[in-house]
Every structure is written in structure tokens, then in C-alpha cells.
Design a protein around this ligand. Sequence first.
Ligand SMILES: *Cc1c(COP(=O)(O)O)cnc(C)c1O
Length: 340
Amino acid sequence: MSKQIDWSNLGFGYIQTEQRYVSNYKDGAWDEGTLTSDATVTISECAGVLQYAQTCFEGLKAYTTEDGHVVCFRPDLNAQRMSDSCKRLEMPVFPEDRFVEAVVKTVEANIDYVPPYGSGATLYIRPYMFGSNPVIGVKPADEYQFRIFVTPVGPYFKGGAKPITIRVSDFDRAAPHGTGHIKAGLNYAMSLHAIVDAHEQGYSENMYLDPATRTKVEETGGANFIFITKDGKFVTPKSDSILPSITRRSLMVVAEKYLGLEVEHREVAFAELENFAECGLCGTAAVISPVGKIVDHGKEICFPSGMEEMGPVTKKLYDTLTGIQMGRIEAPEGWIKTIR
Ligand SMILES: *Cc1c(COP(=O)(O)O)cnc(C)c1O
């Protein structure tokens, strides 16, 4: 029985569900892992994660398709990305096949929290890992915990996707040769001041430029950029300090293979933006948020798609990708992992 939840009015917040997955790493090996009803974590006051922020995470969703299956979208790519994050943070990799199995197990154990088709709500899945034993001299921990919890979240856009206004940030998100390309908690910790400040100034998000030259577009705090040129090309920034969004990588395929657009994954100069017709932010949470205006220290860049609705090409991309996810449009091989 599905839970008695007002799915379409749910926000994006933590709601504790029945079961979560836990596996511990000790003496050089992961244990067999288990589901537990204990929603708390007890660790040393000196745990590596608490002292030196040795932690990374992932985010994906489970949802009900049109024909009533419960599925998730490309979890193998989350497994791969978490493995990349762990290597960069000197953490042990949780094997990629076990990662996908653990996602499936955790969703199965909370199946009543998967929102029904058409509600717009989804079950957000949060895998994460942290150093758990005492660390006081600066070095990687010896023991780690890998966990997955799920929480139902409401539709990202209530009453239509209105374009947002963002600003060019004076703060940087990532350093050259730093950790911008991995999903480390520390990337978010240091972006909090920038986003609180942006909100106080009336902007929805920060556009971060490349930290070395401040001339190229990187991404926002938690979403990659996509642009549509006036002659209908799909352009998305390439840089070693951008987090490789699975939504963005999927949209590149949708643009080329489903919509027949020319796709350019390349450096994007900030100076080019005024030539573009449409702009969007992409990530698991919203799929695509349309951007209507970018403010650079008082100078406004207004996209021709305006402030009322998504640009026409962005809308096609959005409808096609969400159609693939919801089972209304045939998916490329391996994109949909059926759980039930
Ligand atoms: C998670 C994340 C994204 C979006 O990635 P998806 O896989 O599409 O959800 C984009 N940028 C940053 C910095 C992120 O942490």
C-alpha cells in the first residue's frame, strides 16, 4: 500500500522512511552490508568526516513509470561517479555492482514511499560515504561507512517551470586542478555563503566562471549549463572543474539522437552568452530549470526565450528526457533500471 502522503504538495525536504542501507569498511574490506531501521549514525567525536570533511555523495531518483513499474535512471553512472569521487578523496571504492544492488535493495525496502505516476513527485535516493574512525593528524581515515537513505520529494516545479534570474558570482566554486569534478561534500560547504548571499540579493543561483581566468562559463552550485544557439545548436561547457552531470550527459544524447541537433561540448566563453537563444540548468532534481536572465555586476544578459516560459528547444529536450524516464518514449539501451 502506497503511503498516505499528499504527493503533489510535497516539498524537497527530509522525510524519514522505514529502511536504509549500511555497509562498513574496516581492516581493508567492506562487510556484507545490511538494511536497518536505525536512522541515526553514531561515530567518534574525532571521526575523519567531522574533522577534515572526508565525505562524498550521490543523488538519483526512483519513480513510477506510465505502465506502473518502479525504476531508476542510469544508477550505474552514479556508481561510477562515486567511485571517481572516492579515489580523489583517498576513500575506498564501494564496488560499482554492489552500489547498484544496494540502491535497488533500499528502494525495494521503502517501496511504499515511491510516489505514483503522474504525481510529479519522486523518491530521492542519497548514497554517501564518510571516514568514520578517529583522525587527528591529517591523513585519510582507515574506516568508512557507506549508506543509502531515500526520501520522497515533491514536484520540482509547482505550477510550471518559470525561468529564473541568476548572477555571475565573485566567489569560486572550484579551484584549477581541485575537486570541482567530484561530488565532494566540501564543494557544497564552501558554496553555502555564495548561495545565501545570492538569495539575499534576489538571485536564484550563482553562475561560476572558470577560477583561473574568469572568462569561461563553468556551472552553478549544483547544476550544469546547457545553451541553445540562435541557429539551434546544443552547446554545453567543458572543463576539468565541472561536475559531470548525468542529466547533462543524457541530454547530449537526447539532443543528438532524438532531436537531431548538433551538439557541442566545448569551452564556452562568457562573452558568447549574449549570442545564445536559450539557457538552462540541468541536474537530477529539476531535470532542466530554464534561465531567463544572467546579471553580471549590473549588466543584464536577457535570453530571447524571455521570463515567462522555457525556450522551445529546451522544452523539447525536457519533454523528451522526462518522456524517456517515465516510459512514454523508448529509452536507449541500459538507461532504465527496473526495480519492480
Ligand atoms: C550533482 C551535481 C550536478 C548534477 O548532476 P546530475 O547527475 O545531473 O544530478 C551538477 N553540478 C554539481 C556541482 C553537482 O554536485
